[in-house]
Design a protein around this ligand. Structure first.
Ligand SMILES: NC(=O)C1=CN([C@@H]2O[C@H](COP(=O)(O)OP(=O)(O)OC[C@H]3O[C@@H](n4cnc5c(N)ncnc54)[C@H](OP(=O)(O)O)[C@@H]3O)[C@@H](O)[C@H]2O)[C@@H](O)CC1
Ligand SMILES: Nc1ncnc2c1ncn2[C@@H]1O[C@H](COP(=O)(O)OP(=O)(O)O)[C@@H](O)[C@H]1O
Ligand SMILES: [K+]
Length: 477
């Protein structure tokens, strides 16, 4: 599991650790890791031209000490002080002692740089870059040099992944001690580039429950349902799908396609898309209306392509877990969801989430973590917020939010969400708790898309077909 922590948590852990170490030791560890990463990016340090963007806090101190190390390995290092007179005193002295210098003309050194270390702000920064730093960040981006962010790209919000104004666009980020939550969530994640964690000994001082967690292959393999020797189709779980309409019969087919690959022993379909479903998937069990007469079902999926067709109320009335997606989310009453005896999992994209929260779509896209938590609280349900960063929040606010590490922007294709609902509903029917079903579903779906896409366009149907390959990939050591 990859874990993300808030600034408050990181500062508390740093405080504990610092009390046991000699003064400045932690910053030296950070600077050593940073210099090593910089050297790796440069390939050849001797003769390289390095520029440090130095803010007024310890983030700038890290950059200055790392710069001193690079000077000692033969690099030419120039520091650009954002607020002269307020740079980290000991760090600046170390740089000058080693043979580095303060730049006379920031834009001249930036234009000639091979590598820029962004030490303007780290976990102490708020509200985007200040105006004096903005042109420097732009010049770094436009210079052709590799931009390496120190701890975080300056200007992004460490706790939320929000970007309130302008921020540094980095090719890579070296973060110290622990991933900050914002590094794992868009839009900040995109500003960070490739993120590397440098161990500074913080581990034993961090709490066991982080703010954010990302499943890795081994976690998913551990959660996937596997039939036992004595299993039969009912013990493996039966998933019911209420999806599609005369207008969108394809949604029924795609949701069933996902459901057939999610580990349930059988898929029941109820709705206007029966003919299309059975023509494509003879193994699906199709039933007449209403869903309550369809026979045993351990979890329902309702909503994809449903249009105005009925089904949501009937399914929410059941006493088994229900996944509500797409049209099923329209006008969904929090009181109805809260009153249910079994868990509910909502899977909105940003537009649907915005409608449920009564805000603009852009607001949800800019504040994903806060939005997914707000929806989970409002509905007392697990919420999977889809998009460039998929997040899954439990209704219990003490649980870490899951962030999906797989996926590709090629997934932004019509119908791929229908496959995800079927797949995730199937995992629910197989017995996974909603938080696990949502995060495992998103993981496999994103991995399948990557495997089948290999950087070319994919269709939703391709993604469904690649799900067994993603499953195998995850469980193969
Ligand atoms: N603690 C530790 O043990 C370790 C910490 N480490 C490192 O320290 C970093 C945290 O350092 P920090 O706390 O000094 O804050 P930091 O991120 O440098 O920024 C604060 C300064 O920026 C300024 N500023 C604020 N907003 C701004 C804006 N929008 N645009 C421009 N400027 C802005 C603000 O100025 P002021 O408001 O005072 O005018 C203030 O002076 C952390 O990320 C890691 O790199 C590592 O060495 C490992 C050990
Ligand atoms: N920019 C993106 N990057 C990665 N994944 C994305 C992006 N945009 C959408 N997705 C994923 O694609 C799927 C789209 O689902 P959805 O919006 O419900 O589409 P549809 O309703 O057409 O099926 C979701 O799994 C979502 O997370
Ligand atoms: K930084």
């Amino acid at each position: 599991m990859r874990l993300g922590y808030s600034v408050e948590t990181v500062r508390a852990a740093e405080g504990e650790l610092m009390a046991r170490l000699p003064e400045g030791a932690l910053m030296q560890r950070a600077a050593a890791g940073l210099a090593a990463a910089a050297a790796g990016l440069l390939g050849r340090v001797y003769g390289a031209r390095v520029v440090l963007l130095v803010g007024s806090g310890d983030n700038g101190g890290d950059a200055l000490y790392a710069g001193a190390r690079l000077v000692r390995r033969g690099a030419g290092v120039s520091a650009v002080l954002i607020t002269p007179g307020r740079a980290h005193t000991a760090g600046l002295a170390a740089l000058l002692r080693a043979g580095g210098r303060v730049a006379d003309d920031p834009y001249e050194v930036l234009a000639a740089a091979d590598l820029v270390l962004d030490g303007i702000t780290g976990i102490g920064g708020h509200g985007g870059l200040r105006p004096d730093a903005v042109p420097l960040a732009r010049a770094a981006h436009g210079s052709g040099a590799v931009v390496l962010a120190v701890d975080l790209p300056s200007g992004v919000e460490a706790d939320t992944g929000e970007v309130g104004g302008e921020a540094v666009r980095a090719d890579a980020t070296v973060t110290f001690g622990a991933y900050k939550t914002g590094l794992l969530i868009d839009p900040a994640r995109e500003y960070a580039g490739a993120v590397r964690l440098v161990d500074i000994g913080l581990g034993p001082h961090l709490p066991s429950v982080p703010e954010l967690e990302a499943l890795q292959h081994a976690d998913v393999a551990h959660l996937l349902p596997v039939p036992a020797a004595e299993s039969d189709k009912y013990r493996r779980g039966v998933v019911g799908v209420v999806a599609g309409s005369a207008r969108y019969p394809g949604a029924a087919v795609l949701a069933v396609a996902g459901a057939l690959r999610g580990g349930a022993g059988a898929v029941r379909y109820v709705g206007p898309g029966s003919d299309a479903v059975i023509a494509r998937f003879p193994e699906a069990l199709v039933h007449g209306w209403p869903p309550s007469k369809a026979g045993r079902v351990q979890a329902w999926v309702v909503g994809p392509g449903l249009g105005d067709s009925p089904g949501v109320d009937e399914v929410l009335d059941s006493d088994v877990p229900v996944l509500v997606d797409a049209d099923g989310l329209r006008g969904l009453d929090p009181a109805v969801v809260r009153a249910r005896s079994a868990p509910t999992l909502l899977t909105p994209h940003a537009g649907e989430a915005a409608a449920l929260l009564g805000v603009a779509r852009e607001e949800v896209e800019g504040t994903r973590l806060a939005s997914v938590r707000a929806l989970a609280a409002k509905y007392g349900a697990t919420v999977l917020l889809k998009g460039s960063t998929t997040l899954v929040a439990d209704p219990d606010p003490r649980r870490a939010v899951r962030v999906n590490p797989t996926g590709t922007s090629w997934l932004a294709t019509a119908g791929s969400g229908d496959v995800l609902s079927g797949l995730t509903g199937s995992l629910l029917a197989a017995g996974l708790a909603p938080l696990d079903a949502g995060s495992v579903g998103a993981y496999l779906h994103g991995l399948a898309a990557r495997l089948v896409s290999r950087d070319a366009p994919v269709s939703a149907h391709d993604v469904a077909t690649a799900l067994p390959q993603a499953w195998r990939d995850t469980t193969t050591p």
